[in-house]
Design a protein around this ligand. Structure first.
Ligand code: NAI
Ligand code: A1CAB
Length: 269
């Protein structure tokens, strides 16, 4: 299977890293990227083919659209004439498949995907939504690519993509934000950089794995850490007083709303 990525930025790098680590032949990957420095870096780092020219994608079985949502329309209007039988995968936040199909001149072999950056260590999770016209083989092609870099779930309703974007697409940023705060606290409490990093990250990994493997819900697991009159209780009381949980919920809802807005606004053209 030959894959072309259009846009050689953060998410393409994450996907290509994961695919390479999983044994995918990078000679079968082509990246179209206007920035010469990025092209040279991608070629040197991954051994992929790179091009400045969009027509280079015609020879691929799968074309992954990995440009910013705001860049997708202009690109798609040109891309439409180059398509014959390829599967088009769009990872752009917010952009709905029927708008993309319209920009591509009525081309409907489209799967919309929301991946996330842990794909680069094959620990991603991607949600996929296929237009009804997508063939069984094309479903398998998309699943093969995305399952090489993490877990995969299919959505039956494209509307859910806004929620997925807010949770797993943007989610790594919320987790890194929390880790930043934990590390800063560790430093302010007098620990070294190394100890701050190790203690924070191993705590995140350990707690996540425990939550994954346990039958208990996170609130119960939290209560098992929280001794009455103890240290955790003081921390949780402080978090509650600062409305941290409701701020996180509000943040995710703002992300979902932004995804829907991008679809509404950019889809008008
Ligand atoms: N970064 C993330 O965590 C995630 C991003 N996404 C989506 O992936 C897409 C790309 O995001 P990033 O990689 O973060 O953005 P980015 O800005 O890092 O990469 C976009 C790349 O596209 C290139 N580009 C611009 N116009 C182009 C054109 N006409 N032809 C070819 N390449 C062109 C730019 O030079 C840039 O290198 C976005 O639509 C975003 O919504 C989806 C899931 C997660
Ligand atoms: O921030 C963004 O718009 C993209 C989509 C999900 C993660 N990054």
């Amino acid at each position: 299977m030959k894959i072309s990525f259009i846009g050689g930025g953060n998410m393409t790098r994450a996907l290509v890293t994961g695919l390479k680590q999983n044994g995918f032949n990078t000679q079968d990957i082509n990246v179209v990227e206007p920035d010469a420095e990025k092209r040279a870096q991608l070629k040197a780092e991954f051994g992929v083919n790179v091009s400045e020219q969009l027509p280079s994608v015609s020879a691929s079985d799968v074309i992954v659209l990995a440009v910013k949502p705001q860049q997708l329309r202009d690109l798609s209007i040109f891309l439409g004439s180059l398509l014959s039988k390829q599967l088009v995968i769009s990872i752009a936040a917010g952009i709905r498949t029927h708008d993309l199909a319209r920009w591509l001149g009525g081309y409907q072999a489209i799967i919309r995907v929301m991946p996330n950056t842990p794909a680069q260590i094959q620990a991603g999770i991607s949600a996929l939504y296929a237009m009804p016209e997508v063939s069984a083989t094309q479903h398998q092609q998309a699943e093969l690519i995305l399952s090489a870099v993490g877990k995969v779930l299919w959505l039956d309703d494209e509307v859910k993509m806004d929620a997925v974007t807010a949770i797993s697409g943007s989610g790594p940023a919320y987790v890194f934000y929390f880790i930043e705060a934990m590390q800063q606290a560790a430093l302010e409490l007098g620990l070294s950089q190394d100890d701050a990093r190790n203690l924070s990250l191993q705590t995140f990994i350990g707690a996540s794995q425990l939550a994954m493997q346990s039958d208990e819900n996170p609130a119960t697991l939290r209560s098992q850490v929280t001794s009455k009159g103890g240290t955790t209780e003081q921390a949780i009381l402080t978090l509650e007083a600062a409305s941290v949980k409701s701020a996180i919920i509000k943040a995710a809802k703002a992300a979902a709303e932004k995804s829907a807005d991008l679809g509404d606004i950019l889809g008008k053209d």
